[in-house]
Design a protein around this ligand. Structure first.
Ligand code: ZN
Length: 254
């Protein structure tokens, strides 16, 4: 770059009289490259097909924006966020309709679900943070998906299991594939899944951002074999991040 061009690229702000740290921060902001768009960096390979359900694998040298706060700009995700905001449902502590428990067993189940929610919401286990790109890309408001993130040196392998039903069949969970990968030197860092949108009267409510009682037993097994770093549960707006070392604090179904 020629010398006089530098002037054109300097931030056009009056820096006189400002503290040095502030000046440096302003220059850093002016020079920061634009945020990368939230999108899959590569196309996936379908490794299992079970009716309408699929398990798709991606191998990445560069994960792009996947693990950043950048969010998808597609109409479906934007419309979901707009609806949640319009319904006043963008809450860290979601409130959804719940039918009165039919019997003692159901009352006990809700007690356990509530305790699991409170662990995360009170900051006693794991943490709740705003959703990021990978979670938003794989989020569906009415259907759950399961996402596995494995790493080996600088490489990242991601499996996404999904179907046209609310819950995908176990054949596309990717756990057998992950076990084989771990045996080959990979590390299973994350199991991510989403909790679907609930109702509050005629408004939407977010799913509960925590491990459900049903999640707990599955994830404990995964933490034992093949081993797991963290579970992530997203409701499309917030994501609970729970390290496997905290799983023992959550309640399962038995
Ligand atoms: Zn769940």
């Amino acid at each position: 770059m020629r010398e006089h061009d530098d002037v054109a690229y300097a931030p056009r702000v009056n820096l006189r009289g400002r503290p040095l740290a502030l000046v440096l921060a302003m220059i850093a902001t002016a020079c920061r490259p634009p945020a990368q768009p939230c999108a899959w960096p590569v196309a996936g390979v379908t490794v299992v097909r079970d009716g309408a359900a699929t398990l798709v694998r991606r191998d990445l040298e560069d994960t792009g924006a996947l693990f950043t706060p950048s969010l998808p700009t597609d109409d479906t995700y934007r419309a979901f966020r707009a609806r949640v905001r319009a319904d006043g449902a963008e809450l860290r502590r979601p409130t959804a309709d719940r039918a009165p428990p039919a019997d003692d067993a159901e009352r006990e189940l809700w007690r356990r679900e509530d305790l699991n929610a409170e662990l995360v919401l009170a900051g006693e286990a794991g943490q709740l943070r705003p959703i990021r790109c990978l979670e938003a890309l794989t989020f569906h408001r009415a259907r759950e998906s399961i996402v596995l993130v494995l790493r080996r040196d600088a490489r990242t392998r991601i499996y996404v299991g999904a179907s046209d039903q609310m819950f995908p069949p176990k054949s596309v969970y990717g756990l057998d594939q992950a076990r084989a990968d771990v045996a080959a030197g990979w590390r299973l860092d994350v199991v991510l899944h989403n909790h679907t949108v609930q109702r509050r009267g005629d408004r939407v409510a977010l799913g509960v951002p925590t491990l459900s009682t049903g999640d707990v037993s599955l994830l404990r097994n995964v933490a034992t074999d093949p081993g797991l770093g963290e579970a992530w549960v997203t409701n499309g707006v917030y994501t609970a991040v729970v390290p496997a070392t905290d799983f023992r604090r959550f309640l399962g179904r038995d």
